[in-house]
Design a protein around this ligand. Structure first.
Ligand SMILES: Cc1ncc(COP(=O)(O)O)c(C=O)c1O
Length: 411
């Protein structure tokens, strides 16, 4: 099941895709110069304007966006990046593949980085903090920015799940040194596949650009300001950019609808015994793609999830550090799971086993997410409503959830 952007795909996306195909048929050279006419460049300019960043770089996935941003920030062997124990596997894998070390930190009841634990995890090798704005809502950016400033650290925001969200009026992705986004099928806006990086820093942009396109300087120049790099080929494709550009134009409409759907569901559910909603650091700024309920007791959460055909968030195979056997093996010293990594690099062993972050384990085991815009079974949110739900459907889902909570109460 998709995210809300998918439901808004219409004539605008089709027109843009046809424009790309027509231009391609007219002559391939139209794509050789990534100037203003190319769809990727149009998307980048529009995204930079919409989010208020000096630079936007289109890439082929949210994972590539993370890698390009890490390279842009100069993070590599010997560095540590603090990552929350609730994220997506790519948030961790991107750091390890860059040769840096992941230091896991606890989340709090916002399901995002707990600044107090981040402070406790800072070492002389820490180079960056990676807030992952999970399930559409911002981390505590005031506290994290203060910590970063105090210790001279970069903030790299993973905004894959929170495009369009803001924190105290500022778009997520512009509160640190760089922000990364995904345009996959489950996201607020989608191109089926794709991603992008935002940054205000010209050097971060140049390095990310050069890495994403075979070492070229922006925009395909053979020289320029900055650091020459050997690069890869991680660029956003023209056809995906065509869809992304149309979706970007609908972002505010999508958010308005998703937030309205969530508002109605949450109101209709009302207050319930032994459960509260997750902490929101900016309730007006979050996307509204999920309504997360945090129960007093893990057993209650599990029973409710079972009743509605969902799972507590601790059961996600790709978002909870304790569900990543390859990560645990890496922590025990198995280098084969990160193939390009120099043997012996970093400080080892590290404890990445389930149980390493007891508060994160506890909170996730007590949390159930209802879909209000994004339906994603891997996130544990297979039950709920979506941007196309009618008022009657929303009200019925609210009744069903209330029945599940009150009918399974054991304490
Ligand atoms: C928090 C987070 N980071 C990174 C990614 C990676 O994005 P992509 O699937 O586009 O590579 C995702 C995608 O699900 C995500 O949810």
């Amino acid at each position: 099941m998709p995210g809300p952007g998918y439901r808004f795909v219409g004539q605008e996306e089709r027109d843009n895709v046809l424009e790309v195909l027509d231009r391609w048929q007219a002559g391939r050279e139209a794509f050789d110069d990534p100037g203003e006419g190319v769809m990727v460049r149009r998307f980048e300019r529009a995204a930079a304007t919409r989010f208020g960043a000096a630079h936007c770089l289109g890439v082929n996935s949210g994972t590539s966006a993370l890698v390009a941003a890490l390279v842009g920030l100069g993070i590599g062997p010997g560095d540590e990046v603090i990552v929350p124990g609730y994220m997506f596997v790519a948030s961790i894998a991107s750091v390890l593949h860059c040769g840096a070390d992941v230091v896991l930190a606890e989340i709090d009841e916002s399901l995002t980085l707990d600044p107090a634990d981040v402070r406790a995890k800072i070492t002389p090798r820490t180079k960056a903090i990676m807030p992952v704005h999970m399930l559409g809502a911002p981390a505590d950016m005031t506290a994290l920015r203060a910590l970063a400033a105090e210790h001279g650290l970069h903030i790299l925001e993973d905004c894959a799940q929170s495009a369009g969200a803001s924190y105290r009026g500022r778009p997520l992705g512009t509160l640190g040194a760089a922000g990364t986004f995904s345009l996959n099928h489950f996201k607020v806006i989608t191109a089926l596949q794709g991603g992008f990086v935002l940054t205000d820093d010209p050097l971060v942009f140049q390095r990310a650009y050069s890495f994403h396109d075979q070492g070229w300087f922006p925009y395909r120049r053979d020289h320029g300001e900055g650091d020459p790099l050997l690069g890869m080929n991680l660029g956003l494709g023209e056809l995906h950019a065509a869809v992304a550009l149309a979706q970007l134009g609908k972002l505010d409409r999508i958010l308005e609808r998703v937030r309205a759907v969530k508002r109605r569901l949450v109101e209709r559910i009302g207050d319930l015994p032994d459960v509260r909603r997750r902490t929101l650091h900016d309730a007006a700024g979050e996307c509204g793609t999920f309504a997360v309920y945090v129960f007093e007791h893990a057993k209650h959460a599990q029973d409710v999830a079972g009743r509605i055909g969902a799972k507590p968030l601790s059961d996600s195979p790709t978002h909870h550090y304790g569900s990543l056997p390859a990560l645990a093996a890496f922590g025990r010293g198995d280098r084969s799971v990160v193939p390009f990594r120099a043997p012996g690099a970093g400080r080892w062993p590290r404890d990445y086993e389930r149980g390493a972050l007891p508060r994160t384990d506890d909170i996730l085991a007590r949390s159930v997410a209802l879909a209000t815009g994004v339906s994603d079974g891997y996130l544990g949110a297979g039950f709920g409503v979506h941007a196309g739900s009618s008022e009657a459907e929303i009200d019925e889902v609210a009744r069903e959830f209330r029945r599940a909570v009150t009918g399974t109460r054991t304490v």
